[in-house]
Ligand binder design. Sequence first.
Ligand code: ATP
Ligand code: MG
Length: 369
Amino acid sequence: MNDLSPVSSPRQGSDAEVLRPHAEEQYAEELHLLAKEDDRPRPPGWKLSPWAVTTYLLGDGDRVTPKYVGARRVVEVAVATLATDRALLLLGVPGTAKTWLSEHLAAAISGDSTLLVQGTAGTPEEAVRYGWNYARLLAEGPSVEALTPSPVMRAMAEGRVARVEELTRMPSDVQDALITVLSEKTLPIPELGREVQARRGFNLIATANDRDKGVNDLSSALRRRFNTVVLPVPATAEEEVDIVARRVDQLGRSLELPGAGTGLEEIRRVVTVFRELRSGVTEDGRTRVKSPSGTLSTAEAISVLTSGIALATHFGDGVLRPADVAAGIVGAVVQEPVSDRVAWREYLETVVRERPGWQDFYRACRGVS
Ligand SMILES: Nc1ncnc2c1ncn2[C@@H]1O[C@H](COP(=O)(O)OP(=O)(O)OP(=O)(O)O)[C@@H](O)[C@H]1O
Ligand SMILES: [Mg+2]
């Protein structure tokens, strides 16, 4: 592998040039700090106690930054589940941090968030069980060396947490391959007359999107192996502003966009627009508005603002202004060209135009609508 320099082993270690380091690399210091001070009992195979994992996720108001912003109980239930023999299913509408939370849980519990299976309609069974290196298989016949383990198999053998993204999108026979893994905690390899038995510390976190439910509804046999935790959308505008501000600040810093961290007024505005359109009513409860077809999630608010900051940095004076977010907002709202445009126009004319202090924003939106 030495001559394939850009290709590295999955566990690469930290590298300043990497665009998006894994959670356990990015927050290595915090994890180390927590492990050092953690004197509570750790479940077998865990790097931290459940209490320290929860602190890693929610922050301690001091040296540990919050990763997930939301109810403590939600996180505690998720962490406690992983300390039992049941797997964890994170369920929720798009952009509620299912993937984000699952990555940080795996990082804190196993020190490794990379044992990941992406669920799609085309996910093969090998992605959950194992495959073969066909050159070796043909040359040598079935052997341990010719076998290519799936991330789930590696997690079992190493006693770590595996992640399955978008579980409900996988074909149902592939989903069913997880039933034996979760109930027997073994993965048979009939070709070799062997099996892999899960070591202590093994568990599985799956995520699934509410909107995809029904596409390939989970079989009840599989569902019984999971504890489901529903991740809520942020309850209040303040909470959502807090989430967005934090993530925009982090992203801005990692993309080296100076000026990130400012622009709280624009963050409030984007969050307000998204919340009002999502709920179909203005925040004062007085005016009904049409909801467009897009999800307008917290995640989308974050990307509208990050793009806005890039515009302000590279083409403006570095200060985030209404014109920098207008195009992004319109792009996020108008997904379906006819009806969404009507809904957006109506919102613009009946709500945005009349709102004190929103005149610049109104003009900027008119300019790009
Ligand atoms: N409550 C929250 N706390 C912290 N970050 C959040 C929260 N809600 C959303 N985010 C941010 O939103 C972004 C998107 O989250 P993520 O991709 O995990 O969503 P998801 O639920 O997996 O969505 P999808 O169903 O589209 O896969 C992340 O950058 C995450 O930091
Ligand atoms: Mg996701």
